[in-house]
Write a protein that binds this ligand. Structure first.
Ligand code: GLY
Length: 585
């Protein structure tokens, strides 16, 4: 007998319009602001300001995205930088086109599926796997090629030297350490101090100090080379040789050829209609976009009681329950099917078939949390037999005065990446997003599947979910995304649904409490610092969810675009959980 037959009927009547509990603590300076012409929302104020400076100087959203990325890498080296990689989702207003650029890190040519089996980390510390620390943990960086591509493909013609100027200034004159960067250094300081560049950042025995000025002369030199000669200054010549040397000194297997052969890949964005809007989001190798679309499809197929009745209504326990159940199936799909689509066959059409979402919705019970396996729907012909709480990721959004929109998620994976530098760049540990071994969890608790084993040139599965939502007239109404490992997509979706379904402003949508469930472990997480109302938590507990409270789930950024007779107003919101601040006019 199915468990839910035992459910007391009274749970079906659980209140559905509870007020939202106190939101996440708001930063001293406002994390949300409304602009009329252009806006940038990044998780470090200096990065938002760098993008806004370029927009004010006549650049467009692509130029500003490049400037913001470069400045983030300087001001927030725990979460991004030229030694990492990312995704761009770009909406061009002039022809209403949408482009997705994949500049994620790629495994070096000598990578093998077994490279992490029984391999100890090269040095001890809190990150304690060879896929998380040291040279083997790094993929070939994609960020320099990605920045160059976004400027060449979509930029206004503004020279790279001008676009890079704010970042170079920050590296040479210093940028103040944010509370988030200081906090992340408390966990990984021992490993960071082994590196000759990162060692100089510390003033004493303790962690980095919030507000201390971080000067990065080696990174400034690399940025100047990039500004003058573009990505080839990083992938060839003396900087490339330094990257290979540093990677090998840290136990890695990079070659000059790995760097010289790195390419940005353009992929078709995922696109689907849900709730009267078109959702444009990240394709594989991200599993985030698929998880988002599958969850929305399942929710649409679940009968009404979870839906808001009035705009501005707070998410109810019934909604949070339906949302949680909608995530369980796609997270299991991720484990079984996802890998780099350039290397493994991904049955994406079959996975997104509407009958599958309806079958998942049929397993839903409004008053009981079902085991994740009840939402597991293996496809008839399984593809890919093989071989194949803080985080080091950052998302930002840009909207310019012409209506161009950029959603960028960038990453070095764990805070301060693999905890070594090359030519001043913090090198990523993105190899931990591969399956170290089939069935073994990565740092975010995601269980590795065979299609996601490492291999030469492969890109690891990601959760990064840069997303743009269009209204019924095809106008962008929201740009959103998040950082936070496995929690990226669930945070992105909740902020988006708060705006699109619940009618919240960008700021309220951002500050509202969030939850997370990733099928395995079978637990529903909520945030200590942005608590749900006790009666909502109790209603979820009564449905049988195993509740866990954690300090931090994910960090989102969004710009809601409200169209009116006078033009568009841009509600830019940075997540108060990380201390970002938007900039614009
Ligand atoms: N490194 C985080 C992600 O790509 O999902």
């Amino acid at each position: 007998m199915r468990r839910w037959f035992l459910v007391p009927l009274l749970l079906l009547t659980t209140a559905r319009a509870q007020p939202v509990a106190p939101a996440a603590p708001r930063a001293a300076e406002s994390f949300a602001h409304v602009y009329e012409r252009f806006a940038v929302a990044a998780d470090h104020p200096a990065a938002s300001e760098a993008g806004a400076e370029i927009l004010a100087a006549g650049g467009n959203a692509a130029d500003a995205a490049a400037a913001t990325l470069l400045a983030l890498g300087v001001a927030s080296p725990a979460s991004s930088g030229l030694g990492g990689g990312g995704f761009l989702l770009y909406y061009r207003a002039s022809d209403r086109s949408v482009t997705f650029l994949d500049f994620r890190e790629a495994a070096p040519a000598a990578a093998t599926p077994e490279m992490f089996v029984d391999r100890p980390p090269p040095f001890p510390g809190r990150a304690n796997a060879a896929s998380q620390v040291g040279g083997l943990a790094s993929g070939v960086p994609g960020e320099p090629a990605g920045i160059e591509a976004m400027v060449e493909r979509f930029g206004s013609g503004m020279p790279l030297g001008r676009i890079a100027a704010p970042a170079i200034r920050l590296a040479e004159e210093g940028s103040p350490v944010s509370a988030a960067v200081a906090r992340m250094s408390t966990y990984f300081g021992d490993q960071m101090r082994r590196d000759p560049v990162m060692r100089t950042w510390f003033e004493g025995e303790g962690p980095l100090r919030e507000g201390q000025l971080l000067r990065q002369p080696a990174l400034a030199r690399t940025l100047r080379a990039f500004a003058a000669r573009g990505a080839r200054a990083i992938y060839t010549g003396p900087i490339a040789r330094e990257i290979v040397r540093a990677n090998r000194a840290a136990g890695g297997i990079f070659t000059l050829e790995d760097l010289a052969s790195y390419r940005v890949v353009e992929r078709p964005a995922l696109s689907a209609e849900h709730f009267g809007h078109r959702w444009l989001t990240a394709p594989p190798p991200s599993a985030g976009g698929y998880t988002l679309l599958q969850s929305l499809a399942v929710l649409e197929a679940i009968p009404a009681p979870w839906r808001p009745v009035t705009r501005g209504e707070a998410p109810s326990a019934a909604f949070l329950h339906a949302l949680t159940e909608s995530w369980k199936g796609p997270y299991l799909d991720r484990e079984r099917y996802f890998g780099d689509p350039s290397h493994v066959a991904l049955p994406l059409d079959a996975m997104l078939d509407p009958t599958r979402a309806r079958a998942r919705a049929a397993s839903f019970h409004p008053a009981l949390a079902m085991p994740p396996e009840d939402f597991d729907l293996p496809l008839a012909a399984p593809a890919n037999p093989g071989p194949g709480e803080e985080n080091g990721t950052s998302h930002f959004c840009v909207v310019d005065a012409e209506g161009n929109v950029a959603a960028v998620t960038t990453t070095v994976n764990l805070p301060f990446g693999a905890r070594y530098t090359a030519a001043g760049m913090v090198m990523n540990d993105e190899m931990d997003d591969f399956a170290r071994e089939v069935g073994v969890a990565n740092a975010f608790g995601l269980i590795g599947g065979a299609p996601n084993l490492p291999g030469p040139g492969k890109r690891p599965v990601s959760t990064m979910t840069p997303t743009i939502v269009l209204d019924g007239e095809g106008r962008p109404v929201l740009v959103v995304g998040a950082a936070g490992g496995s929690r990226i997509v669930t945070a992105t979706q909740q902020v988006a649904m708060n705006v699109i379904l619940f009618g919240m402003s960008g700021g309220d949508a951002m500050a509202a409490p969030r939850i997370h469930h990733q099928a395995r472990p079978n637990e529903l997480r909520s945030e200590r610092d942005a608590p749900l109302a006790p009666e909502i938590l109790e209603a979820l507990r009564q449905r049988g969810h195993a509740l866990e409270t954690v300090d931090h789930l994910a960090t989102a950024q969004a710009i809601a675009i409200v169209h009116g007779p006078e033009g568009a107003r841009l509600q830019a919101a940075c997540d108060p959980r990380k201390g970002g601040r938007p900039a614009g006019r």
